[in-house]
Design a protein around this ligand. Sequence first.
Ligand code: ATP
Length: 302
Amino acid sequence: MVTKAHAKINLSLDIIGKMPDGYHEVRMVMQTISLCDIAEVCESNVAERDRIHVVMKNSNIPADESNLCHKAARAFLDETDSCGKTTLMGLDITITKNIPEAAGLAGGSTDAAAVLYLANELLRTKDVDSALDTERLLALAKSVGADVPFCLLEGTGLCEGIGEKITRLSAIPDCSILIAKVKEGMSTATIYNEYDALDSPYHPDVDRQVQAVLSGDIREIAAYSGNTLFEVTNSHIPAVGELVDIIRKTKALGAQMSGSGPSVFGIFTSEKDAEDAADAVRERFPEAFTYVGCPCDSNREL
Ligand code: ATP
């Protein structure tokens, strides 16, 4: 079975507190975009319980137990095994990577979500009663990572808690989205730690952006895009702020950093304007990754 594993952008990202366990409490408007990895999953035909085999194509990311696909497969097999119903013998997983790694685009989370989705679909074809319902699949997704539940559902959502409490929102209007990313990176953990030391971080108006999404106003959606982590990431990787400035000087309706960066996105009414902005980015940063695509609505039935 095959599915596209789509990347996400954070139209907005705010941090509103810390959980007792140290996790940050977030409020984010997340949007699935057309940039995607391809995930293929089949039941392994070796009679060896819980055999999990991951192949990463077009990527140097280790395919071992540290891979989020491996963790998702393990979580799925453990869960379905404990039900005492029909289970899968094992899982052979192949990911063809197109989403840049550690970029703030949820590349790992979306692969993990795709594995959970496909494994459940495989189980459904074997025995419809053994497949996990949406609630259990989402709980499994949360156990793999905070962004995995949203990646499983796809579409547009307000994500709260650590990101797993999802309120689905209406699809945003058709538009073009440019993703631009320079090579430098920084660990997400470091960015969150440094964020904690800020005296008065900027907080985007997430409620206003949710209103903009609900009213389907792409100009307002772009205008209220904000990211509380931008200041920290930009202080280490100034190219992030430069990218935002370059894109804002084009015909973009808005530009912002996604997640903890370093990816930056721009929102445009036309593909041509987005391609022109990509040219402007490559003129300044010839080595930058650029991609022009569009937002995607959810088309998974869980
Ligand atoms: P997020 O936006 O959810 O914070 P990200 O886009 O910043 O995620 P990922 O691409 O998910 O970051 O990668 C984060 C780390 O996860 C990387 O260091 C990578 O080695 C590891 N990882 C494990 N499995 C995968 C996978 N299947 N694809 C990408 N990264 C993976």
